[in-house]
Design a protein around this ligand. Structure first.
Ligand code: S3P
Length: 451
């Protein structure tokens, strides 16, 4: 067990954050870069890979499936060489694949493996085995996959088949993981697969496939997609080409220093090379509505994804309403939004976010429980929470509950609290943001590890 020790307000003064930093590579894109690299014909380089617990789970599973993945150069954990074996080149693994705590690994691999000619078992840590999997197994079965869940959860048992159908799938939840699983299975289907979502969800899989699909001679547009739907026609795919890519900085990690700089007086922080795909920038829209001063500069294209430098200054914020389509565009940012709302004037209401109940933990329950220990005025709702602000938080001992984003959000809350805060269970932080504490310290935050 490790913990975070956070120095908050002393003698009426908080710290100030100043400086320019990057953040580690995007988690969603890192997973997908490995999977699509594995199915490509030839060798591709991934720069800016996120060497987090979750993405390393995907890396190890792919190695078990016969894919060679090497680090380019000694110690360069963020630059990988992936030796793709083509769409039909995966090999049967020797045992169950361990997805650790990573929902993206289990759900996307379930799709990818549904149409392979061999059997696989997808296993994982107890925390992952509590998460819902029927949202994947039901539509995959409708495509003809022979996949069994365990009472709606993992482990998942996949019996190989080379006869997948396609079909139309109207999802009840705007989940990028489900959409991606169906598209990956769709690569092996005998007919087009169409996925429709009730709102926009991240479209990294589609963008990456679009860059890698080589149509059969004479065929066109194997893949079409927009904000809420995607259609893949496998019959017109020739092969996936290997490409080199640079992974943008993860906006879901950038959210932590960004919010901290907004809340700590006199702060000014620039975060460089951050992915600003509009399916991911809901937090920026909400922060602007609350009065945040954030500039988005040097917008550029990086391998089919928009990337920018974000500069954020201390701002006086007002409460707001968060509901509807923006929720999915910031689905991982609610723990840190809750912290921010404790410092905004007035009431912040979050609705339509029942998905938070089935993330790494029940994020509504745990955010409310832990922030209350610091003195926050926060009420749970079945589909969100209500926060009154501003509140002077008080340092206390809090618990991450094994949830990386909650651990970091509580660390930022500790910077605003009077006195010292200890965040127990900080060992999960590298699931998404290795180097979080070090980056916060570079910016001037009083944070350190305890072991
Ligand atoms: C992800 C999609 C989201 C997100 C998760 C990563 C992805 O999950 O919360 O951290 O990489 O596709 P859902 O698809 O379940 O909303």
């Amino acid at each position: 067990m490790t913990w975070l020790v956070v120095k908050g307000r002393v003698g009426g003064r908080t710290g100030t954050l100043l400086g320019t930093v990057g953040v580690p590579g995007d988690k969603s894109i890192s997973h997908r870069a490995l999977m699509l690299g594995a199915l490509a014909e030839g060798t591709g380089r991934v720069e800016g890979f996120l060497p987090s617990g979750d993405c390393l789970a995907t890396l190890e599973c792919l190695r078990q499936l016969g894919i060679e993945i090497e680090h380019a150069g000694a110690g360069a954990a963020t630059t990988l060489i992936v030796r793709g074996r083509g769409m039909r080149g995966l090999r049967p693994p020797k045992g169950p694949l361990d997805c650790r705590r990573s929902g993206t690994t289990m759900r996307l691999l379930a799709g990818l493996l549904a149409g392979q000619p061999f059997d696989t078992v997808l296993a994982g840590a107890p925390q992952l085995l509590r998460r819902p999997m029927r949202r994947i197994t039901d539509p995959l079965r409708r495509m003809g996959a022979r996949i069994r869940d365990t009472d709606g959860h993992g482990p998942l048992y996949i019996d190989g088949t080379e006869r997948l159908g396609g079909g139309e799938h109207n999802l009840e939840v705007a989940s990028a993981q489900v959409k991606s699983a169906l598209l990956l299975a769709g690569l092996y289907a005998e007919e087009p697969v169409i996925v429709r979502l009730p709102g926009p969800a991240r479209d990294h899989t589609e963008r990456m496939l679009a860059a890698q699909i080589e149509p059969r001679p004479g065929a066109t547009s194997s893949l079409t997609f927009d904000a809420t739907s995607a259609r893949l026609d496998p019959t017109s795919i020739g092969r996936l080409r290997a490409i080199d890519r640079t992974v943008p900085g993860d906006i879901s990690s950038a959210a932590f220093p960004l919010v901290a700089a907004l809340l700590l007086p006199d702060s000014e922080v620039t975060l460089t090379g951050i992915g600003v795909n509009s399916t991911r920038t809901g937090l920026l829209d909400v922060l602007s509505a609350m009065g945040a001063e954030i500039s988005v500069d040097q917008v550029r294209d990086q391998g089919g994804e928009p990337v920018a430098d974000l500069t954020v200054r201390y701002s006086v914020l007002s409460g707001t309403q968060v509901a509807g389509e923006v929720v999915v565009r910031m689905i991982d940012e609610f723990p840190i939004l809750a912290v921010l709302a404790t410092q905004a004037r007035g009431t912040t209401v979050v609705r339509d976010a029942e998905e938070l109940r089935v993330k790494e933990t029940d994020r509504i329950l745990n955010v409310v429980t832990e922030l209350r220990k610091l003195g926050a005025i926060i009420e749970p709702r079945p589909d969100g929470f209500i926060v009154q602000g501003p509140t002077q938080l008080q340092g206390a001992e809090v618990d991450s509950q094994g949830d990386h984003r909650l651990a970091m959000a509580l660390g930022i809350a500790g910077l605003l609290a009077e006195g010292r805060t200890t965040v127990l269970g900080a060992e999960c932080i590298p699931d998404s943001y290795p180097g979080f504490v070090e980056t916060m310290r570079v910016l001037g935050a009083g944070m350190s590890h305890g072991i």
